[in-house]
Design a protein around this ligand. Structure first.
Ligand SMILES: [Cu+2]
Length: 361
């Protein structure tokens, strides 16, 4: 979520890593940010997050009138001792049942804490996607059978009214045994798995007033080309994930003045998805593959850029600091796919990298 820079928790940028036996308290005021978020370690995050240093962070509106079932679904996987991947929804690594009476409104807050995109399938009921990355969508319409591809680090909130028959949320991939089965009794079997097209937020919902658009005058424009290459990094041979040909710490610092209107474009020329995550700001998606977004205003803090895709986004530079802008595939971040958004006049007393205690990625 958008917190003041000093509460951002990035080792080597906004604080030193919290070492064994130490503590650090984050203090911030939550204003106008009702929605679904999560928090995680930003010290050796690729390893720390896979092994569980994370949790959901749900902000309810001041006068929450929702009376139905409100359920966070924290989707995660990790490498087991048998060298295979284990998936889980929260602490459930097999099918989990929940008894829900027909007519009950149900809100599922899907949170992808993994490093790869997750395709969810909600079977047995039409549903609406009511929020993305903590921001409500305008005039969402009912979907049936569509699958939901959620960026690593991203969140979709979906809502439906419980029907008289069972509803199932699945993470349909080969190794996965997890599912979440809602029914009015403990014996119902799962409905047939839906297999429709993938939901596209760019054309979903209705437009409404936006603070800026493709035709705005931008104070700063940044183009980020996302590539792959093979090379040495931290003394190991492997895939590197350069931005504009460079890997961290040689990636360019994007410099802005407070108040700037900033346009950023992403082009993925590599063979893997890059869920691009900017700290401290929400980005308004303006275009997808060269076509303007025609649906609801679509605000993100994490945008999945698949191979061959391009996006233009914009944001107001209204939160001074030094902010990470990185791929939320944390293994890509650990192999160089990191840069920073810097505000003129802001510096950091902390140090990062080998020879320091701070390894944020
Ligand atoms: Cu990536």
């Amino acid at each position: 979520m958008d917190v003041p820079n000093g509460e951002d928790g990035v080792a080597g940028i906004t604080q030193n890593a919290v070492e064994p036996g130490e503590s650090f308290t984050y203090r911030f005021v939550v204003k106008n940010q009702a929605g679904t978020y999560w928090y995680h370690s930003h010290q050796v995050s690729s390893e720390a997050v896979e092994k569980g240093l994370f949790g959901p962070l749900i902000v309810l509106p001041p006068n929450d009138s929702f009376t139905g079932k409100d359920i966070p679904i924290v989707a995660h996987s990790w490498l087991t001792n048998e060298r295979s991947y284990q998936e889980a929804f929260g602490i459930a690594d097999t099918m989990k049942r929940l008894i829900v009476q027909p007519g009950t409104p149900v809100r599922l807050r899907l949170i992808n804490t993994d490093s790869l995109p997750i395709t969810f399938a909600l079977s047995g009921t039409p549903f609406k996607v009511i929020a993305i990355d903590g921001t409500d969508l305008n005039a969402p319409t009912e979907l049936t059978g569509q699958r939901l591809l959620l960026a690593a680090g991203g969140r979709y909130d979906i809502q439906f009214t419980m029907p008289g028959t069972a509803v199932s949320l699945d993470w349909p991939q080969k190794s996965s045994k997890v599912s979440f089965l809602l029914s009015q009794d403990a014996t119902a079997s799962a409905p047939a798995l839906v297999n429709g097209p993938v939901f596209n937020p760019a054309t979903y919902g209705s437009p409404s007033k936006m603070p800026f658009s493709l035709s705005s005058h931008f104070d700063k424009e940044f183009a980020l080309l996302l590539d792959d290459k093979v090379g040495f990094y931290n003394g190991q041979m492997g895939y590197l994930w350069p931005i504009n040909g460079k890997v961290f710490p040689n990636t360019p610092m994007l410099m802005v003045h407070e108040g700037d209107l900033v346009k950023m474009s992403f082009v993925n020329r590599s063979w893997m998805d890059h869920p691009m995550h900017l700290h401290g700001h929400h980005m308004l998606v303006l275009s997808y593959n060269g076509r303007p977004v025609t649906g609801s205003p679509w605000w993100v803090d994490t945008l999945n850029v698949a191979p061959g895709e391009s996006y233009e986004v914009a944001f107001r530079a209204d939160n001074p600091g030094i902010w990470m802008d990185h791929c939320h595939n944390l293994y890509h971040a650990a192999a160089g796919m990191i840069l920073h958004l810097g505000y003129e006049g802001v510096s950091s007393p902390f140090e990062v990298g080998h020879g320091t205690i701070n390894q944020p990625e």
